[in-house]
Design a protein around this ligand. Structure first.
Ligand SMILES: Nc1nc2c(ncn2[C@@H]2O[C@H](COP(=O)(O)OP(=O)(O)OP(=O)(O)O)[C@@H](O)[C@H]2O)c(=O)[nH]1
Length: 324
């Protein structure tokens, strides 16, 4: 869409059309033409729609946002671009401006548009009322796709342990609380396993921290591969500590998972990172299971798993201990 030279809307000539013998219809057409040209120069995507939602003018940025560069937008129904629930939201905004509250403006409100090519985009929509005759609505659309993508990435980073890619302790704690509430409300069991690498300081001291980091990544991968599909979450809980949330798992089922993990870790090889084939590691594990209301909170359940882990360490390591 190419923009014609800007026409100054404040030009006295344009404001005084009626005095120049133009009919009301001609005046409206001239005004419409001026708005249509004017919005081409705005930095935001702008649509001008009739009160019943028919697009009267659109700038090139709006056409680009809605992926309608090769299709005319004029005459199309604007609400048809909105995702179902957003159509009602839009009507709500129109009611607000029609009642002339909030200085003839409503929004910005987050909405979702379905573009001409079917792409779904998050936008922020502001609606302003042009009380001219005939009345129109000016819609300013801001594409939020980039911000949303960045927010999603930031949220993912905030929930993830950078070294291993597993969930971090914060998301573990949040998830455990959620599973605790669900399982206790439904009177279903919930188990937690804490997994701690044995003598990891010695591993670091012998092979260096880079090898130590590679070892942590290997253990994380092994946990992910060995854990059951219906486990809720595997997390890096601390330095060389990992944790698993097992909703609907009683102590016996959790013990089977811990045994599978123990086996998977014992089989880990480090030759790919340049260490001798004789190098291997073991883990100690503590299990706690909430079954019949023996724990009052998710924190108490976690403390019990931690206590069980200490017992497993005291039992000589490469051990599994279940809290009673
Ligand atoms: N390479 C590496 N080491 C870490 C990281 N986080 C913690 N550690 C190391 O983990 C080791 C933990 O040592 P300890 O708490 O003494 O435990 P341990 O040597 O495994 O002994 P036990 O748990 O009693 O079997 C320390 O040497 C930490 O420096 C990490 O991100 N990378």
């Amino acid at each position: 869409m190419s923009a014609a030279p800007f026409k100054n809307t404040l030009e006295p000539q344009a404001l005084n059309d009626e005095h120049n013998g133009l009919s009301l219809n001609e005046h409206n057409q001239a005004e419409h033409f001026t708005i249509s040209r004017f919005i081409q120069y705005l930095a935001e995507a702008v649509l001008v729609v009739s009160p019943d939602g028919i697009i009267q003018c659109a700038n090139a940025k709006a056409a680009l946002l809605l992926n309608c560069v090769d299709q005319p937008l004029i005459g199309e129904s604007w609400p048809a671009f909105l995702q179902g629930r957003c159509q009602q939201q839009y009507l709500g905004l129109v009611k607000i401006v029609a009642k002339r509250v909030l200085s003839l403006q409503a929004g910005p409100t987050e909405m979702v548009v379905i573009c001409a090519n079917g792409e779904r985009k998050d936008i922020e929509l502001s609606v302003s009322f042009l009380p001219e005759s005939p009345a129109s609505l000016v819609l300013i659309l801001r594409d939020l796709s980039r911000q949303k993508a960045e927010l999603t990435q930031l949220r993912r980073q905030a929930a993830t342990d950078a070294l291993t890619g597993l969930a971090n302790r914060r998301s573990f704690d949040e998830q455990l609380l959620q599973n605790w509430q669900q399982c206790t409300a439904a009177k279903r069991p919930l188990s937690v396993i804490i997994i701690d690498i044995d003598f990891f300081k010695q591993f670091n001291d012998t092979y260096g921290h880079i090898q130590g980091d590679a070892c942590l990544r290997k253990v994380a991968r092994a946990i992910l591969q060995a854990m059951p599909l219906d486990a809720e979450l595997a997390a890096r809980y601390g330095g060389e500590e990992f944790a698993l949330i097992l909703p609907n798992y009683n102590e016996i089922k959790a013990l089977n998972v811990a045994r599978a993990l123990q086996q998977a870790i014992r089989l880990l090889q480090f030759t790919d990172t340049g260490l001798p084939a004789s190098v291997g590691i073991t883990v100690s594990q503590g299990i706690a299971s909430e079954i019949n209301g023996q724990f009052r909170t998710s924190t108490a359940l976690l403390c019990a798993a931690d206590t069980a882990l200490y017992r497993a360490k005291a039992d000589g390591r490469d051990c599994i201990n279940a809290s009673c």
